[in-house]
Design a protein. Structure first.
Length: 256
């Protein structure tokens, strides 16, 4: 695939539209498009990890400044500063590249000695289980805001942001297309937490507390609708050849 980024692709950071150039990943004098990294997989991430993205550099400055502010404030007040994570929220549509960007930032940011522990959590685990969605008549609305256990997600973020040493998050399986019962992943007081999901920047006018209230830095990833559709179809065919081949796959019938 050519490395030219889509002219209509855009990246918004903390409410500022950075335009299509923000979708280009600087690698020395070369550039890569997010989709190239998707195609290259883990090797693509490793190939550019030694030459950090401008976005990762910017994030490093933000994180370092916040950490320094906490230290200075604690010194002034004569208190011991608790270790509070810097929380980054990444939102965007299905197949736009959220997971790729999140994994890339995790790999790059963890290389700075000031914040070596960078943990990534997706909101998929905070979906209601399929049985609950069926009972509520929401199975056809899976992925929409009402299909998420927002209260549980807010409790998770509140605990992480409060500096609790261990906080459990539910785990989602893309094989069985459901939340795994009695399975959790534990976040251990990270320096940085990246939370990635469809609706993390969306607000409900009826609510008084929002997921984004706990973000220190927000990223919205977007692209032209026709490109997103094309990427979605490409990903679907790739899944047909891989995950859907698993006999336990919820979408096993699409593999044939």
């Amino acid at each position: 695939m050519a490395s030219d980024c889509p002219a209509e692709g855009r990246l918004a950071v903390d409410g500022v539209d950075l335009g299509r150039d923000a979708l280009r990943l600087g690698v020395g004098q070369r550039t890569r498009c997010l989709q190239d990294v998707v195609d290259a997989g883990h090797a693509g991430v490793e190939a550019i990890a030694d030459d950090p993205l401008p976005l990762a550099r910017l994030l490093n400055l933000y994180v370092s400044a916040t950490q320094n502010l906490h230290r200075v404030s604690s010194t002034f007040l004569g208190t011991i500063a608790p270790k509070l994570p810097y929380v980054i929220g990444i939102a965007g549509s299905v197949a736009v590249g959220k997971s790729t960007l999140a994994r890339l930032l995790q790999a790059l940011l963890s290389r700075w000695p000031e914040h070596p522990r960078v943990e990534l959590v997706t909101t998929d685990g905070f979906l209601f289980p399929n049985a609950e969605l069926e009972a509520r008549g929401l199975m056809d609305r899976k992925g929409f805001p009402e299909s998420y256990d927002t209260r549980r997600l807010l409790d998770f973020l509140r605990a992480v942001k409060s500096g609790e040493p261990e906080v459990a998050a539910p785990v989602y399986s893309h094989v069985i297309y459901d939340v795994l019962p009695d399975v959790t992943e534990t976040v251990h007081q990270p320096d940085i937490l990246i939370l990635e999901g469809l609706n993390v920047l969306q607000i409900d006018s009826r609510a008084t507390e929002f997921v984004s209230d706990y973000f220190d830095f927000s990223i919205y990833l977007d692209a032209r609708e026709s490109l997103i559709e094309s990427w979605f179809v490409e990903r679907f065919h790739a899944l047909r050849r891989t995950v859907f081949q698993d006999p336990e796959s919820f979408f096993r019938h699409f593999a044939d």
